[in-house]
Design a binder for this molecule. Structure first.
Ligand SMILES: NC(=O)C1=CN([C@@H]2O[C@H](COP(=O)(O)OP(=O)(O)OC[C@H]3O[C@@H](n4cnc5c(N)ncnc54)[C@H](OP(=O)(O)O)[C@@H]3O)[C@@H](O)[C@H]2O)C=CC1
Ligand SMILES: O=C(O)[C@@H]1CCC=N1
Length: 263
């Protein structure tokens, strides 16, 4: 099975690195992007197959991953449409591009899988939404879903929920990194080096996420276990809420969804 990437930017590179770490052969992964120097150097690094243009890449692939920015996605689909056929699966990562948008260009019978991964696929810890208008347990969709299962978790959701998922899982690694950086910066304020403070902050966030995943308690129950009566934690929590932490997070998610819906 050959998997070809049209576009080899941040997200495609994260997926490919995750795939190579999790059992896929570089020789089964084909790449092409706008600038030769970008995709050739990346291909060399991971022993992938560089291809000179989008049409040859599609021709040689069983699964074609569309990994370009939303503003050019329809133009690129139009370029490759004559090389697509019903034996191939198109997997799209493109924010805001619906299954129907793609089928309008490629034809109603073209197998199409819409996905929204996040950048943590690079370390096999992604969270990816998948959807199509067909049963995803059947070929060729199952092979597309399998990629995202090997590099993290996947969940089938309705297309109506994609904007909210995109904010909650696609964009949110950036927001979690921001929280880690803020915690680390506070450590620097009190004398830790940035490196040490970041190491501490990242381990605390990773451990806390694992605790939420493994505990039967809801996050608020866990918060109460850390907050000793009359203690330091509750003082910090109240100060953070006075500064609007929860409201700021929800407003950030609102703005993310609003931006996707405008595109
Ligand atoms: N970044 C993220 O965390 C996530 C991104 N996405 C989606 O993934 C898609 C890509 O995003 P991202 O990787 O961040 O963007 P990047 O800007 O990093 O990558 C875009 C890629 O498209 C390539 N490209 C541009 N024009 C063409 C063309 N005509 N033919 C082939 N390739 C072309 C660029 O080539 P070159 O580098 O050679 O110029 C580049 O490799 C977007 O649609 C986004 O919505 C989805 C989930 C998460
Ligand atoms: O910022 C973006 O538009 C993309 C979509 C989800 C994550 N990154």
């Amino acid at each position: 099975m050959k998997i070809g990437f049209v576009g080899v930017g941040n997200m495609a590179q994260a997926i490919i690195k995750g795939m190579v770490e999790n059992g896929y052969n570089g020789s089964d992964i084909l790449v092409h992007s706008a600038h030769k120097s970008n995709y050739e150097s990346f291909a060399k690094e991971l022993d992938l197959v560089p291809v000179d243009n989008n049409l040859d890449l599609v021709d040689q692939s069983d699964i074609v991953v569309l990994a370009v920015k939303p503003n050019i996605a329809l133009i690129v689909l139009d370029e490759i449409k004559d090389k697509m056929d019903q034996t191939k699966l198109l997997v799209s990562l493109v924010s805001g591009l619906s299954v129907n948008d793609m089928k309008m260009v490629l034809g109603q019978d073209q197998p199409v899988l819409r996905t929204m991964p996040n950048v943590n696929v690079e370390i096999g810890a992604g969270m990816t939404a998948v959807v199509s208008d067909q049963n995803l347990d059947t070929a060729p969709y199952a092979a597309g879903v399998e990629i995202f299962e090997k590099i993290g978790s996947s969940i089938e959701i309705s297309e109506d929920d994609f904007p909210a998922f995109s904010a909650l899982a696609g964009s949110s690694p950036a927001y979690v990194y921001l929280f880690i950086d803020a915690l680390s910066r506070a450590g620097v304020k009190y004398g830790f080096t940035k490196e040490t403070a970041t190491k501490i902050a990242a381990q605390v966030v990773a451990g806390s996420a694992k605790m939420v995943q493994e505990s039967e308690d809801i996050p608020y129950g866990l918060i109460d276990k850390v907050s000793s009566p009359g203690g330091t934690t509750v003082a910090g929590l109240l100060a953070m809420e006075e500064a609007g932490l929860s409201t700021a997070v929800v407003k950030g998610i609102d703005a993310t969804i609003a931006k996707e819906l405008r595109e």
